[in-house]
Ligand binder design. Structure first.
Ligand SMILES: [Zn+2]
Ligand SMILES: [Zn+2]
Length: 161
């Protein structure tokens, strides 16, 4: 995702909105998401604005990505919507390039792939649940207690729906 700064650098606008809708590259999904039990379930959507603050740029970015993971209690496959907001400073000056939220740009373009994927991966829910009251599995036999009881767990709480 590269933001073309030309209209801002030419002085045509002070603030530039941007939108990207794209597929997450396979290698990014492998490196960033797989170890966290997240599979990409759709396209990444990124919206934001870049502002010219004479000498550097300020960016507000919102990213969202549908994912597929497993319930932390019962292990059932489930869909989750992952998202994050970022505030970034972009400059040509590499001096602070290690600072958090600071990115160095060149060639009139700001590439936000790195910060967006990093922030997304740390924003993933750590214990996703298929539903708030998921009953999980029987610790003895592993039966899915959402499906009903087993000989170890009394069935009195079974859904009455
Ligand atoms: Zn569950
Ligand atoms: Zn059991």
């Amino acid at each position: 995702m590269k933001i073309d700064l030309t209209p801002v650098l030419n002085g045509e606008v002070k603030e530039l909105p941007f939108t990207f809708t794209e597929n997450v590259p396979a290698e990014v999904a492998e490196i960033r998401f797989k170890g966290l039990d997240m599979t990409v379930g759709g396209k990444l959507t990124v919206n934001g604005k870049v502002r010219d603050i004479s000498g550097y740029f300020e960016l507000d970015v919102a990213a969202s990505l549908p994912c597929v993971t497993h319930c932390a209690r019962c292990g059932r496959q489930m869909s989750v919507s992952c998202g994050c907001d970022l505030h970034l400073i972009a400059s040509k000056d590499a001096e602070h390039s290690e600072d958090e939220g600071y990115i160095v740009y060149s060639d009139r373009q700001i590439d936000i792939d790195g910060p967006v994927y990093e922030e997304l991966s740390i924003s993933f829910p750590s214990k996703p649940l298929c539903r708030e009251d998921c009953r999980g599995l029987c610790p003895v036999c592993g039966a899915d207690l959402n499906e009903g009881g087993c000989e170890h767990i009394k069935n009195e709480e079974k859904d009455t729906l």
